[in-house]
Design a protein around this ligand. Structure first.
Ligand SMILES: Cc1ncc(COP(=O)(O)O)c(C=O)c1O
Length: 377
């Protein structure tokens, strides 16, 4: 069966067996002409070029909104997830009886790091312990107690790809009046995501992994009803209601633009559009099914060859990554790369196929992995 994403548009598949999409996804070939066009615009610069750049940026945001089922005016972009997470926290007054920020120990390290930095503004970091490879949703939900300002969850873990039942946890978080902030970097682009179905208040992600886009492109969705109450202390002129008047900005932009700061990143948004368009036209249902098939193939083969699989087996409990563990896995990762099999190591070997990979590639990769493991015994 043909993979749902057309391989002809992902040049990396000609160069190696690329199963590294949880680290960096394959850029779409359409990005090449975007780079050239950007350069020509700069060579021929006139100030009104900003208008067409602005509309490209806006188009990417609108496409992202469509991709996650969000209403118009609820997504903002910036250089990375950390910048947006930090800015979001500057909207919160932690001295009004709600001081706790609750990530889990499966969070990407930037989340507790940022939360800890907000201790000087009254926040308290409480990390919720989970099972090493997956989150026990019930245990997580029960750990919410009063005074929680923010529950911050990874939709999919960056190490094992285990999925959290966000809706289940959100219901309990909302019952104690907390905001639910989702780090969807490891799910968007490989698992269908609908912010209304998840019932989250904020969702963060970035383009350069499963969304086959550019580096330097993070984004934040904010629930429409909460936007009027958001007044970030880390801000800049673009967040005002009429920045192009170049006058003192008193009022906030009425939509998610109030979460911007200064001159926005244009090129990464432009470079990220072709990959997102490819995912939208392939359909996330097909991409997800293909991913589930390939990851199951990896798990079956790993178990057959006695590799420890850290990723949960039920399809409702895993996103697009399979993490396997064995002695010398980090060295194996480097050896595999030298042979043209690209994966990544973060405490375990992470194998992350996408919609352009084939079942034959998985077989070839697993053969190479088993050989390398034997060499290292
Ligand atoms: C789950 C998750 N969150 C966040 C990040 C990175 O965040 P940032 O865009 O701030 O570098 C990554 C990976 O790099 C990740 O896997």
């Amino acid at each position: 069966m043909n993979p749902p994403l057309d391989r002809r548009f992902f040049p990396v598949v000609e160069r190696c067996i690329y199963l590294n999409n949880n680290s960096t996804g394959a850029i779409h070939a359409g990005a090449q002409s975007v780079l050239q066009r950007y350069y020509e615009t700069l060579c021929d610069w006139r100030d009104d070029a900003v208008e067409s750049w602005w509309s490209e940026l806006q188009a990417y945001r609108t496409e992202l909104e469509g991709f996650i089922g969000a209403p118009s005016g609820t997504v903002v972009t910036d250089a990375n997830l950390s910048t947006l997470m930090g800015r979001l926290l500057t909207c919160v007054d932690f001295n009004r009886g709600r001081e706790k920020i609750l990530p889990t120990d499966l969070a990407f390290p930037t989340i507790p790091f940022i939360a800890r930095a907000f201790r000087r503004y009254g926040a308290k970091l409480v990390s919720v312990k989970t099972d090493v490879s997956s989150i026990d949703d019930i245990q997580l939900a029960e750990s919410f107690v009063v005074n929680t300002a923010i529950v911050c969850l990874s939709h999919a873990s960056f190490t094992t790809g285990s999925l959290t039942d966000i809706r289940f946890v959100a219901e309990r978080a909302h019952a104690v009046g907390a905001w639910v902030v989702i780090d969807a970097y490891q799910s968007l682009g490989i698992v269908p995501v609908d912010v209304e179905a998840l019932d989250c208040d904020f969702l963060l992600g970035g383009a350069h992994k499963w969304l086959c886009g550019s580096f330097e492109m993070g984004f934040l969705y904010a629930r429409k009803e909460l936007i009027p109450s958001l007044e970030p202390a880390a801000t800049g002129w673009i967040a005002g209601d009429n920045p192009l008047s170049f006058s003192d900005q008193i009022a906030w932009a009425p939509d998610a633009r109030r979460l911007e700061a200064g001159t926005p990143l244009i090129l990464p948004a432009m470079l990220s559009r072709p990959g997102l368009a490819a995912l939208r036209s392939a359909g996330m249902g097909k991409v997800r099914q293909h991913s589930l098939d390939l990851t199951l193939q990896i798990m079956n083969r790993a178990e057959q060859d006695d590799l420890e699989v850290l990723t949960p087996r039920p399809s409702t409990k895993r996103a697009g990554t399979v993490a396997v563990q064995f002695p010398n896995a980090e060295t194996a990762c480097a050896r595999l790369a030298a042979k043209g099999f690209v994966v990544s190591y973060r405490g375990a070997l992470r194998i992350a196929p996408h919609g352009y990979n084939t079942s034959e590639e998985i077989d070839q990769f697993m053969d190479a992995l088993i050989d390398v493991r034997k060499e290292l015994e």
